[in-house]
Design a protein around this ligand. Structure first.
Ligand SMILES: NC(=O)c1ccc[n+]([C@@H]2O[C@H](COP(=O)([O-])OP(=O)(O)OC[C@H]3O[C@@H](n4cnc5c(N)ncnc54)[C@H](OP(=O)(O)O)[C@@H]3O)[C@@H](O)[C@H]2O)c1
Length: 451
């Protein structure tokens, strides 16, 4: 393994860990699009199996000849191999999951060395555990540790901020519900890695509750108006033409952590070495962000589609509780996910033909003076939408790479370190504009009065 021990300065701008995985290979493909364009000059691929990594590089470069990118080996069970990787790079992109099984040693090594870290995790328990365990040390060492830099949970975080900015004074939002709709002319399929992460997440829901109980309560934002009612299990959202049911994804948890961080730091988090102009820009950005209640639902054009979501939810929720149930779920993913997850993952064609729409339906008050904790009903609705290509293997790599390019090019404007959410770190940067340039759109759909 190559190592720059003499100068102690990193050889690589970034190393992609788990590059041979299903998502990892699409991340490599996206990284190659930006290689040799500042700030991304040098990258390396890392994994357990050099042959698989070489094949990944060939696949990702096709039809071109693979560029001369170093292949490094590591195993999450070997801390020395991880420390060695972290010494060689400014930034780690971690695609090794499930994160609850393999993520902690990677975070620990990055924090120890003080190197920055982004991942595509969608597992709340892992993220909150890393925050509790490594938050202080990461801040001290100057390591920026940011999970959920993929479809989980950047569209939700930036989409909510985009909706929030549409509420111009004196109007204020009270609640925003995001409705996710997955679309394809072919079959919508996810790889086993995501399914396994979800099953293990459900199985360990108790440890998340325990972790939360053991930690001091985070600050809660003051939200104008009443707490919105729970609503029916299945909702018919006529305005956007979807039937929908609650989606227990990481998004609302990550957004809540961002809102807590913002409540504790109303001007956002200071950059490690910001200019006066940048400070003004950051503070102006956060002054437009109005906290709201937030939830996420998954939608379908037909009621039958929603029943399929419910059936899969019941399978995972019930069978995930016992070892035998988990064995069944993980041995027969296609059966228990009703075809949504496959051991081999989707084909390239299936990936290319899929897309997503995430609608943000905001309810609030045309004038903040109308908002009271009493029984006042919102009188205004603002609908916005984030839209993009397939979520797991196209949108996720696009987001991860743009986050990485921001870390590499705007490090002075970002916090010195800490275990943080993408929203609190990237909110005031140009991430939204970068995503728009790369095929993920943010649109205002309608502003209307409610009777
Ligand atoms: N945020 C999002 O929206 C989003 C989207 C997609 C995926 N994800 C998450 O990304 C993770 C990966 O998913 P996937 O479908 O790509 O899974 P995958 O195909 O199974 O890939 C897992 C990768 O981890 C590597 N790995 C496993 N154990 C390791 C160890 N002990 N040491 C070093 N490397 C190890 C594997 O290496 P080998 O190749 O050697 O086996 C492989 O490269 C999952 O947690 C999934 O939930 C999130």
């Amino acid at each position: 393994m190559q190592e720059n021990q003499k100068t102690n300065s990193p050889i690589y701008d970034l190393i992609i860990l788990g590059a041979s995985g299903f998502t990892g290979k699409y991340v490599v493909k996206e990284a190659l699009r930006f290689l040799s364009h500042p700030p991304l000059k040098t990258i390396a691929l890392a994994g357990r199996n050099p042959t698989k990594l070489t094949q990944t590089l060939q696949w990702a470069s096709h039809p071109n000849h693979p560029p001369p990118i170093p292949i490094l080996t590591f195993n999450t069970s070997d801390p020395q191999s991880l420390l060695s990787l972290c010494r060689q790079t400014k930034l780690v992109l971690n695609c090794v999951g499930p994160f609850r099984l393999y993520g902690e040693p990677v975070v620990a090594a990055c924090v120890e060395i003080g190197c920055d870290y982004l991942d595509i995790c969608g597992e709340p328990e892992f993220m909150e555990r890393m925050e509790a365990k490594y938050g202080e040390k990461a801040a001290e060492k100057g390591a920026l540790i940011i999970s959920a830099c993929g479809f989980d949970s950047v569209p939700a975080e930036l989409g909510l901020m985009f909706n929030s900015r549409q509420w111009e004074e004196p109007a204020v939002p009270n609640s925003v519900e995001a409705y996710l709709s997955l679309e394809s002319e072919r079959t919508i399929v996810g790889n086993f890695g995501t399914y396994e992460s979800a099953v293990l997440g459900v199985a360990n829901a108790g440890s998340l509750q325990q972790l939360r109980r053991s930690r001091p309560r985070r600050a809660r934002p003051v939200i104008p108006g009443p707490t919105p009612p729970k609503g029916p299990l299945i909702e018919n959202q006529k305005k956007i033409g979807l039937w929908a049911v609650k989606l227990p994804s990481a998004d609302s948890v990550v957004v809540r952590r961002t809102l807590a961080a913002l409540t504790e730091n109303p001007h956002g988090l200071p950059g490690v070495s910001e200019s006066a102009e940048q400070i003004e820009k950051r503070e102006a950005f956060w002054s437009t962000m109005k906290p709201t209640h937030f939830g996420v639902k998954i939608g379908s054009k037909s009621l039958l589609g929603v029943f399929r979501f419910i059936v899969v939810g019941i399978f995972i929720g019930l069978l995930g509780q016992t070892a035998f149930g988990r064995w069944l779920l993980l041995s027969f993913p296609s059966i228990f996910s009703l075809g949504w997850f496959r051991k081999k993952g989707p084909s390239d064609d299936e990936v290319r033909s899929a897309s997503f729409k995430m609608w943000f339906v905001g309810h609030g008050f045309s004038n903040s003076t109308l908002a009271s904790p009493g029984n006042v009903k919102p009188d205004m609705q603002i609908i916005t939408r984030v839209m993009g290509p397939e979520i797991g293997y196209l949108t996720t790599p696009i987001i991860l790479l743009q986050c990485a390019r921001i870390v590499l090019s705007q490090r002075d404007n970002l916090p010195k370190g800490g275990v943080l959410t993408p929203g609190i770190v990237f909110g005031p940067t140009d991430l939204q504009a970068r995503l728009q340039e790369n095929g993920i759109s943010f649109e205002l759909i309608s502003k209307s009065a409610l009777s």
